[in-house]
Ligand binder design. Structure first.
Ligand code: NDP
Length: 248
């Protein structure tokens, strides 16, 4: 039985729920050894158990991506324990929506620290090894909020526009190498992301907006990522935008 990602080592941040969890499971089923990172250690251990029960290889690396030293350790531990690193999925993110007038400074800071600085730090740590081996893939999770900014998404959209800019710049910087960069921009996906919206009015408005559409399943995004990862080396899927069919 051969799988398309046999022999590859992947690291998925934000793997304790939602899209990250689905990506980890999908890549493991496709043969990759998968390191799973997030803050909630118990969730990661459960995920590792599930992957191993299904015959895969997984490693929990509890990490807060806002801590630069922890990010360094996350990459080092993955390399040491799983024998390398080929695929980095920068997926950890928070969406603490509020109108600017009511936005808490701490929430704006947290979105920047997780969604943007955490992604930059992990990329910076992983890159030298990928360039040395002249192969590998960095997948950065953006959002449709990284393409259009709407009311109450100012801080969140700023981080996702930032993810796009950082990714596109990196892609050009390393275009002479065989390391690939992909940006994935999901529309509405059924996850825990909206549970943490601090502003009650915004939370209700978001719920109303998504009321009459069937959201994507996290697996739908994982399948898109698997597609990008399994293309022949000459093919770089630069960007994937994946929305529910009825989302505007
Ligand atoms: P979830 O809330 O289900 O997952 C978010 C993940 O990020 C969790 O595993 C969480 O783990 C992790 N995370 C949060 N803060 C940190 C931190 N400081 N350090 C490490 N990990 C952290 O939401 P989704 O699965 O939906 O979100 C995944 C990505 O997809 C995000 O980047 C989000 O912006 C993006 N996205 C989601 C969309 C949707 O509709 N759901 C649409 C467009 C983009 P823990 O709390 O254990 O640390």
């Amino acid at each position: 039985d051969t799988h398309q990602l046999d022999g590859e080592v992947a690291l998925v941040t934000g793997a304790s729920s939602g899209i990250g969890r689905a990506v980890a499971t999908t890549l493991a089923a496709d043969g990759a050894a998968v390191a799973v990172a997030a803050r909630r250690e118990e969730r990661l251990e459960d995920l590792v158990d599930e992957i191993e029960t299904d015959g895969g290889t997984a490693l929990a690396v509890p990490t807060d991506v806002t801590d630069t030293d922890a990010v360094h350790e996350m990459i080092a531990t993955t390399r040491a324990e799983l024998g390398g690193l080929d695929i980095l999925i920068n997926n950890a993110g928070v969406m603490l929506l509020a109108p600017v007038i009511r936005a808490e400074h701490d929430d704006l800071q947290q979105m920047l620290d997780v969604n943007l600085k955490g992604l930059m730090a992990a990329t910076r740590e992983a890159l030298p090894g990928l360039l040395d081996q002249n192969s590998g893939h960095i997948v950065n999770i953006s959002s449709v909020a990284g393409q259009t900014a709407n009311e109450t998404s100012g801080g969140y959209s700023a981080t996702k526009f930032g993810v796009n800019a950082f990714s596109e710049s990196l892609r050009k910087e390393i275009a002479d190498s065989d390391v690939r960069v992909t940006v994935v921009s999901p529309g509405a996906v059924e996850t825990e992301l909206g549970d943490h919206i601090p502003d009650e009015q915004t939370k209700e408005r978001m719920a109303d907006l998504t009321d009459d559409l069937i959201p994507l399943h996290p697996d739908d995004i994982a399948n898109g990522i698997a597609y990008a990862l399994t293309q022949p080396p000459r093919v770089s899927v630069n960007e994937l935008v994946i929305r529910p069919t009825n989302q505007r």
